[in-house]
Design a protein around this ligand. Structure first.
Ligand code: GNR
Ligand code: NI
Length: 159
């Protein structure tokens, strides 16, 4: 197992469109394993492959408090969104900052799992926000692109 280096805003790879995955092989299995390790170590709720420098349409997420909802989504497609939520968002690739972002409250996404089997799920709230945030990473979009207001410095706010 290996934690990988997380690329930060300014790194051009974060702005590229990632490519669909065509097969599950040892390389992709190792990538997903490393992505989970990197995400948990960084205490994030999600992580997209471009954030570790790999331009593949893969993201992992776990929005649970007890690491019980680990999911890997490959070649995800947003099928439907519903409602709206306005809330705070951060990104491991934009360290030390956060901003308010308005996104759909509910999202239905179709993807392949680690066995390359198709599945569809509908999630709400933070999980919906996470799916949309990670899916954006696969298209080179970062949350500051769609923030409602300015980026706020985490340190500056603690005073
Ligand atoms: O850890 C993260 N927290 C978070 C909070 C609100 C909305 C989205 C996220 S995702 C982020 C991890 C990350 O950068 N994933 O790409
Ligand atoms: Ni992010």
């Amino acid at each position: 197992m290996a934690s990988r280096k997380i690329r930060t805003m300014g790194d051009e790879i974060l702005r590229k469109v990632a490519k669909p995955v065509t097969e599950m092989n040892l390389r992709n299995k190792m990538l997903i394993k490393d992505m989970f390790e990197t995400m948990y170590k960084a205490e994030g709720v999600g992580l997209a492959a471009p954030q570790v420098g790999v331009l593949k349409r893969i993201f992992v997420m776990d929005c649970s408090a007890d690491k019980s909802r680990a999911m890997a989504l490959i070649n995800p497609e947003i099928l439907e969104t519903e409602g709206e939520q306005t809330g705070d968002e951060g990104c491991l690739s934009v360290p030390g900052k956060h901003a308010t972002v308005t996104r759909p409250m509910k999202v239905t996404v179709r993807a392949l799992n680690e066995q390359m089997e198709e599945f569809t799920m509908t999630v709400e709230g933070l999980e919906a926000r996470c799916v949309l945030h990670e899916n954006d990473h696969l298209d080179g979009i970062l949350y500051p692109d769609k923030a409602d207001g300015p980026l706020i410095d985490n340190e500056a706010e603690e005073e």
